[in-house]
Design a protein around this ligand. Structure first.
Ligand code: ATP
Length: 434
């Protein structure tokens, strides 16, 4: 055994199914299990990749660890064995991938993997592309079944090797195994207190407007709750207020959540394709309509006259009321993912309001009173003076909405969407969702 320490990045993805497990849990478990022979030398990485990918189980997450060890072979053997035994391999959509990168490779693989990570957040990558990349860079990797998890595993390694991107933190607490699949016990009041004590350094723990807890999932996975915030100390401070069932282990991850890393600036609607996320400017060209299911949709037109539907879906709750105030002619910038030719709005910047008019019956030129309708298609008539008019009057009315930057409430937040509280000073007022 050599006395030399080697650093190694380990990337893992696609180990879970909707019935159980969670790749972040496996990462936390491995960090703890490896601790006797491999020391974690930075915060574990939790990256969210393209949110529109259909193969995702929930939030399209993948993970990476950076460890220092004397026996890399022992580390690789342990990690591979745990991925093989703990992944939900019976599930047809679970296709794990694991990647190992040793420190002598860091410098040479960094540019390609950093670019690969950015593409995986914004674009769609094939399994073959991932395999070619791993082979080209002479990486040690292991795939199971169709190996789709290699895409996420390489991306998480790219994120770990290139810290030059905006980041936030998440503290994840995990349940003891016997509780998995049963209702979670986390005291709501303690979560509201954690929020009061640490907001705005932490966010999206609770949704004050909709009076609900946001940070406790309802699925069968091992996560008990997750606290998101700007740094390690803030999320850990918030977690110290939480009263809950026994926690098996906890782990604080560095993440790309809340960074808008998925959004591509779109020059126009012709550039837009499905399974991508955009920032798009245009003019509202239809009255917002609320359809069955409670989704509110309007049409947006760009400078070339192309149109696309923009939706505030039912889960965005009170945000739909804001969207319903829009009228044709309003200038907006929408932020969101595109599936089925519809932008799923995460945020909207209202940059120009059209004038809104109310149509009034005309005034009588003799007595000055408002005339009444003379019947369908027959104009207006003053009952007192018997004067007639065929024309209406219009009066500008005050808009019920102000120009500014608005976001969906925490209960509808998508993992990658950047919270308005994370924006610096903007040229328009910011209306955070609380
Ligand atoms: P959880 O959030 O519970 O960890 P998940 O939502 O992360 O689950 P996965 O089980 O990881 O879902 O499945 C997502 C799959 O999609 C992975 O195999 C991953 O490699 C792949 N994938 C991720 N990003 C892309 C992309 N941009 N293009 C193609 N495939 C991708």
């Amino acid at each position: 055994m050599s006395n030399e320490h080697t650093k190694m990045v380990i990337g893992i993805d696609d180990t879970d199914s909707r019935e159980g497990m969670c790749t972040t849990y496996l990462c936390a478990l491995l960090r703890d299990e490896l601790s006797s022979f491999a020391k974690a030398v930075s915060d574990p990485m939790l990256v969210r990749l393209n949110p529109t990918i259909p193969y995702k189980t929930r939030g399209n997450a993948s993970v990476a660890l950076l460890v220092e060890c004397r026996e890399p072979e022992k580390v690789m053997e342990h990690v591979t064995r745990r991925v093989a035994t703990m992944s939900c391999l019976d599930n047809e959509n679970t296709n794990p991938g694991v990647v190992f990168i040793t420190d002598e490779q860091f410098g040479t693989v960094r540019p390609d993997l950093s670019e690969f990570f950015r593409r995986a957040v914004r674009d769609v990558i094939t399994i073959d592309e991932a395999k070619e990349m791993a082979l080209k860079l002479c990486l040690r990797f292991q795939v199971f079944k169709n190996g789709r998890g290699l895409i996420g595993a390489l991306s998480a390694c790219g994120a770990m090797l290139d810290p030059e991107w905006d980041h936030t933190y998440e503290y994840l607490a995990y349940r003891v195994k016997d509780s998995w699949g049963t209702p979670r016990s986390v005291d709501d009041d303690s979560l509201f207190k954690a929020d009061r004590q640490t907001y705005p350094d932490t966010w999206d723990t609770v949704d004050l407007f909709n009076d609900m807890v946001v940070c406790v999932p309802h699925s069968a996975d091992p996560v008990l709750y997750g606290i998101r915030g700007k740094d390690r100390s803030s999320v850990e401070k918030a977690a110290s207020f939480v009263r809950c069932e026994p926690v098996e282990r906890a782990c604080t991850f560095r993440t790309n959540q809340g960074t808008d890393m998925h959004l591509l600036p779109a020059g126009g609607i012709s550039e837009i394709t499905g399974m991508h996320s955009y920032i798009l400017e245009g003019q509202v060209c239809s009255m917002p309509a609320t359809i069955r299911g409670g989704h509110t949709i309007f049409s947006l037109q760009d400078a070339e006259g192309q149109k696309i539907d923009c939706a505030a879906f039912e889960p965005t709750k009170n945000f739909r009321e804001l969207v319903r105030q829009l009228i044709p002619g309003d200038r907006v910038i929408v932020y969101g993912s595109v599936t089925e030719r519809t932008v799923n709005i995460e945020k909207i910047k209202i940059i120009g309001l059209a004038s809104k008019y109310e149509v009034l019956n005309p005034l009588c030129p003799c007595c000055g009173k408002r005339m009444k309708s003379a019947g369908s298609g027959q104009g207006y008539r003053c009952r007192k003076c018997n004067t007639k008019s065929m024309t209406t009057q219009s009066k500008e009315v005050k808009r019920a909405v102000l120009p500014g930057f608005y976001e969906v409430p925490p209960c509808a937040r998508r993992h990658l969407a950047k919270q308005l509280l994370r924006f610096g000073k903007e040229d328009v007022p910011v209306f955070p969702s609380r």
